[in-house]
Design a binder for this molecule. Structure first.
Ligand code: BTN
Length: 245
């Protein structure tokens, strides 16, 4: 993939700008990066706090040729790339289904993948926020979030961005290749303690359910074994770890 970076000092949301560029015909591999976002978004319309220089605010345009049923694997593929970027900096991350990267249970990065209809076909904008410093965390985030600065001995922002684009290209090529979906699932499993036997509560559009994780479906959906012995397949939802007393 040919990576091109479009850099902004301040922008509303890098995902919105990437979607706009995709509609104008921008090719796969165009990345929008900003030092500050004034309307940074997380999943479910949540705010992604985006103070100047406090995080990497990054969105990439993809034009995937994979079967539509495998599109959800793009979030998992991105999770692997972010995980490996942080590992290269000496951090030991975990991936919480489906879009959270954690270090010692605290969130260091989130992923927001959105599909966009464009004149040349469907594009996917993948937004990635990585906390670079904890210094400007608002009080409500301080207990639940962490940053590269807090977890790694040394780093440079440019270094994080360069490693991330390299690893995204690698894992996206893997996903797009023969046996790609299986390869992504196998690699996600190796990097996530949430793959199986994790007691969790999942909040879905249909309600809340609790159980133990039991692997992923071929499209990346989460299997949850509930107390009555049935298995539920979760296509979308928020996962919370349940502490076992
Ligand atoms: C989440 O954990 O809910 C996803 C957070 C995604 C945040 C990133 S920051 C860059 C890109 N632009 C946005 O507005 N959101 C994503």
């Amino acid at each position: 993939m040919n990576i091109t970076i479009l850099r902004f000092d301040t922008i509303g949301s890098t995902n919105d700008e990437a979607a706009r560029q995709a509609k104008l015909g921008a090719p796969e591999g165009l990345c929008v990066v900003a030092s500050k976002q004034t309307a940074g978004r997380g999943r479910h319309g949540r705010v992604w706090v985006s103070e100047k220089g406090s995080g990497l605010y990054f969105s990439i345009i993809l034009r995937p040729a994979i079967e539509t049923r495998f599109l959800p694997l793009i979030t998992l593929m991105t999770g692997i790339a972010v995980h490996d970027t942080l590992s290269e900096l000496g951090i030991k991350p975990d991936i919480k289904w489906v879009n959270d990267i954690l270090v010692k249970g605290k969130k260091i990065s989130g992923i927001l993948a959105e599909t966009v209809d464009t004149p040349t076909g469907l594009a996917v904008v993948v937004g990635i926020g990585i906390n670079l410093t904890s210094r400007n965390f608002p009080p409500e985030l301080a207990a639940t979030a962490t940053s590269i600065e807090a977890e790694a001995a040394h780093h440079q922002e440019a270094d994080v961005e360069q490693r991330l684009t390299g690893l995204l290209s690698y894992w996206y090529e893997t996903l797009s290749g023969a046996d790609g979906p299986d390869e992504i699932l196998r690699n996600w499993k190796r990097r996530s303690t949430y793959f199986s036997r994790k007691p969790v509560r999942v909040t879905t559009p249909a309600g809340v359910c609790e159980g133990v994780t039991d692997g992923l479906e071929e499209n990346g959906a989460l299997r949850l074994r509930t107390a009555d012995g049935t298995t539920r397949v979760i296509q979308a939802g928020d996962v919370e770890l349940l502490r076992v007393l």
